[in-house]
Design a protein around this ligand. Structure first.
Ligand code: EPS
Length: 342
């Protein structure tokens, strides 16, 4: 099993990712991990935190020289804005954020104890761990990328920029839709034999766990529910050169909970960021008086960054499913198995 957990608060000392279950002998390119971390910080509409931080990784364990040694990898990303103990108390929860439910659940009188961990800053750990998984997948020519399909309902770059500028002016925020595509995924990752082995279920879980994601679909997704079967299912062909193949990919590369050899395509709907410059109505958790929600430094839109995080989550799931199918221990053995069985 490939296991990933993160630790760290938004304004704590650092963000940590622990990744366990990688084989021995994988080359780790730290510069590539840093490039991925930088991609997460980009995009039109990001907030001031992105100017403060230039995320870089320090690998604390799991490698000797530049190669993995099968032991757990710990990745650390330092926070420049390490100010958790100086920041003021917050008692006005933001609608749409974890603030109120988190404070009630854990009995906090200061919402800061919630938002420090609920912050999307945690996704830096995912991108760090995801980058390591990407390095693994690349050894087998599997490439995971993403693109923004729309922001605030707009589709062209020009209109998206204008919409974000308007939202910034009116102290509002925007969500959008991003797509993650994995090319080169071999047939048979995941399985139909048990509910929690299904690759689509595992990908949906991973993508839904990204803060602000409210919907996930694969291939034509929800649109399939409105079509007749003959307009949905991807017909099967065979050629000596390609083997089995399809001329369409409505299934998004997933059939019966397994990869089918076509590109794996997922789309995610992201709600607008919950911190508004023009705050919505809320209730002070101490006084119980009607107030305006707290205003925290935040982004106007972060759909492009969410796409990069989506790539990381998809890479984590695909790497795990790949290891299940082709072996866990040594890169050399896995490569042999892969060659023999694809
Ligand atoms: C983010 C870090 C946060 C926010 C934002 C994304 O840092 P700070 O609170 O210091 O500005 O900018 O977080 C949220 C949108 C959120 O809702 O928590 C990051 O690193 O991506």
């Amino acid at each position: 099993m490939l296991r990933f957990i993160s630790a760290g608060e938004s304004h704590g000392e650092c963000i940590i990712a622990v990744l366990e279950g990688l084989p021995a002998g994988l080359d780790i390119d730290t510069e590539f991990i840093n490039q991925e971390l930088a991609r997460r910080q980009l995009g039109y509409g990001r907030g001031a935190r992105m100017q403060i931080e230039k995320d870089t990784v320090k690998i604390l364990s799991g490698i000797k020289g530049k190669k993995t040694i099968a032991s757990p990898m710990a990745l650390m990303i330092k926070n420049k804005d390490f100010s958790i103990n100086e920041l003021a108390q917050i008692t006005e929860p933001r609608p749409g954020h974890a603030d109120l439910s988190g404070a009630l659940k854990y009995g906090f009188s200061d919402i800061r104890c919630v938002l420090e961990r609920a912050s999307a800053r945690e996704t830096a750990a995912r991108v760090g761990a995801g980058a390591v998984c990407k390095l693994f997948l690349r050894e087998f020519d599997i490439d995971v990328k993403s693109r923004v399909l729309s922001v605030g309902g707009e589709k062209t770059q020009e209109k998206i920029k204008a919409k974000i500028d308007n939202a910034r002016k009116s102290n509002d925020t925007l969500g959008g839709i991003f797509e993650v595509q994995a090319d080169g995924v071999p047939v048979g990752l995941g399985s139909y034999v048990q509910y929690d082995a299904r690759l689509d279920a595992r990908l949906a879980f991973a993508l839904m766990s990204i803060p602000a994601v409210k919907g996930v679909e694969f291939g034509i997704g929800f649109a399939a529910a409105q079509r007749i079967g003959s307009e949905v299912h991807d017909e099967i062909f065979y050629s000596q050169k390609k083997g089995f193949y399809r001329k369409t990919n409505n299934a998004g590369g997933l059939e019966g909970g397994m990869s089918n050899g076509e590109a794996v395509i997922a789309r995610c709907a992201m709600k607008p960021i919950a911190t508004l410059g023009k705050p919505l109505s809320s209730v002070d958790i101490k006084t119980k008086k009607q107030v305006r929600a707290s205003v925290q430094r935040s982004d106007i839109a972060a759909v492009e960054a969410a796409g990069v995080i989506g790539e990381a989550m998809v890479s984590l799931v695909l790497a795990e499913a790949f290891l299940e199918r082709f072996g866990h221990d040594q890169m050399g053995m896995i490569k042999k198995n892969y060659k023999k069985n694809t």
